[in-house]
Design a protein around this ligand. Structure first.
Ligand code: PGA
Length: 249
């Protein structure tokens, strides 16, 4: 039985003051009423603030990107070991905004995934197709090539300490959610693909859905057989909404 994971992706939002309010609300949740593990992926400068407020709670900490390099002359980059130093458990790799605005490729994402695992972090590998790709009928080819780059670099066993997030690009921040059926179909295909390589890894792999998941659509999405949680952008910035999604799991 896979446990559900509901992870917030704050993206480039927040301030010390607004984070204090949001983190306090999260840390005051009655966790016993939740079926889901909670995590928040916060901007780098706020990792220590989040770590301090969430200490002693079951909410896990994550970052939104990581360097593929371990250390050295890479101005502006942040290594996986640094994230581990600040108490991160998770790190997003290959988010579509990194892929489309910052040049992340399947190959660089595979390197970031591997670097995260070397430091003991659990990468959340984001995959998903654009609207044009969906309309062209190549959703699974796109998602498979995103997965295959990681499998080629790290091997299928590496997915036993990783999470996959299926995020159709056309659903991110648009208010246009994949229908539960559309999402379940891709999730099942992702699991089937991993199953070909290792049935046990596939059976235990958490596959999150991301893309305009909100309190009013979360329950139905999270009820799907192969949807093991959510990666929540906009709604993770409002404590009540994030917690309502977690309660729906
Ligand atoms: P959204 O973002 O929930 O605002 O659509 C999801 C994500 O990009 O991870």
């Amino acid at each position: 039985m896979r446990t559900k994971l509901v992870a917030g992706n704050w993206k480039m939002n927040g301030s010390l003051a607004s984070n204090a309010h949001l983190l306090a609300a999260l840390s005051n949740t009655v966790f016993a009423t939740l079926n889901a593990q909670l995590a928040v992926c916060v901007p780098y400068p706020y990792l220590s603030q989040a770590a301090a407020v969430l200490a002693g709670t079951p909410v896990l900490l994550g970052a939104q990107d990581v360097s593929e390099h371990a250390k050295g002359a890479f101005t502006g980059e942040v290594s996986a070991a640094m994230l581990a130093d600040f108490g991160c458990r998770y790190v997003l790799v290959g988010h579509s905004e990194r892929r489309s605005f910052y040049g992340d490729t399947n190959e660089s994402v595979a390197l970031k995934f591997a670097a995260a695992q070397v430091a003991g972090l659990t990468p959340i590998l984001c995959v998903g197709e654009t609207l044009a790709e969906r309309e062209a009928g190549v959703t699974m080819q796109v998602v498979s090539s995103q997965l295959d780059a990681v499998l080629a670099k790290s091997g299928v066993a590496a997915l036993s300490t990783a999470v996959v997030a299926y995020e159709p690009v056309w659903a991110i921040g648009t208010g246009r959610t994949a229908s539960p059926g559309q999402a379940q179909e891709v999730h099942a295909q992702i699991r089937a693909r991993i199953e070909q390589a290792d049935p046990t890894v596939a059976a235990n792999l958490q596959i999150l859905y991301g893309g305009s998941m909100k309190p009013d659509n979360a329950a139905e999405l999270l009820r799907q057989k192969d949807i093991d949680g959510g990666l929540i952008g906009g709604a993770s910035l409002v404590a009540e909404d994030f917690l309502a999604i977690a309660k729906a799991a």
